[in-house]
Design a protein around this ligand. Sequence first.
Ligand code: ARG
Length: 476
Amino acid sequence: MRMWGGRFSGETDPLVAEATRSVEVDRLLALDDLDGSIAHVRGLERAALLTADESVTIVEGLRALRLEVEQGTLEWDPALEDVHMNLEAALTARIGSVAGKLHTGRSRNDQVALDLRLWLRRTVHDIDGDLLALERSLVDRAEREGDAIMPGMTHVQPAQPVLLAHHLLAYVEMLERDRGRFTDCARRADRSPLGAGALAGAGFPLDREATAADLGFAGVTANSLDAVSDRDFAVEFLAAAALAMVHLSRLAEELVWWSNPAFGWVVLSDAHATGSSMMPNKKNPDPCELIRGRAAKVAGDLAAMLGILKGLPLAYQRDLQEDKPPLFDAAAVLSSSLRVMAAVISGLTFRTDRMRDAALQGYVTATSVADALVERGLPFRVAHHVAGRLVADAERRGCRLDELADESFERALVVEEGPEAARLAAAAPTGLAEDLRAAATLEAAVARPRVTGGTAPERVREALEAARRRLGIEPA
Ligand code: ARG
């Protein structure tokens, strides 16, 4: 018997049944659905819509179903459309007609909205754990690589030296904001829609607040029409997931480049790379590439959800059933990507010697030289010009900035822009060339950005300390 049988005499076209059912997807909500039903039964009993005996029978039946779902023994019937109808039918088969009282004052519209919010709460909890685990592996590596220097880049060109630890901690910042976004989303979703009914509100004096409290919600939704058709939380979840995947994708992209022998900055563990079916020499960063590719999928999940919602009038529309594939896909992809990335990071070998060599080659200390000239009284624009001339000179000679002879430094200071430059620079008490050569070393250049958030080793140590405290990691 169909649940809405009375109104209908004709059968559903099998083609339509096939095209509209969702049980293969929404059975993922089975445990949430059963938890929601158990709380609803208690609410019905409180409202004297069920006797104590009926309530016990139904709750025990629902608990037994919970066990079957957990053990994977419950048989799902595709003819029963969705997870809600499957579970109600299974309950009826086990406890008889009293099961027919379960759906009192409830619609699948508030039921599915409730299930999704329960799913979201536990999923955000799990993802938070995955985000934390990746943060921990990044902090651990940052800690272990100490003061190793790499050429920081802009436009993928050598720019200024930074600590490798500083680079890794940049991702910790991103992931920490991701955690904040998920927590925010879960906080707004922390309202029970149960009792909204189909759209107008349940026709019985249910204590919605008590049922919400039973389910661990902070409160109830305030408008029944909104409650059954709101999927803001799904959009927020997907936006947070899409952005977290973008962060992972950027890290993945860097590892793909860095593991190319031309960079040779990292060696992926054999456990996190794959070979080629034809080329015996290959060691490919496939896990990183797949994370990068799947970031697109999750961005697509967000676009799909926004598209589903934008044309919907109030209240529930069946289009909303299509919220589940993007949500479940995004959660699964993000969780697996976070775990894989944590493993990849933990298994990496950093070739800090190669990073240092690369840093020694790109004139990345030129800004430090310009800054040192500013300290001698030159206007920054003039100092910039002078340091640029030094770079050109070093390039011609095929040497590093800190290998230039005294004459090179003195000559570079004779510039039209600032006839007083040479006088200002030479007026300082200590030797000009000596000072500038010192400023041109990697150690001096990396130590200079001492501002909050800068790459100077003492700042990075503070950042590490703060991250360790936040993540509850013992100091090494
Ligand atoms: N499977 C449906 C969904 O996920 C459940 C709600 C169905 N409600 C309805 N009136 N057809 O949205």
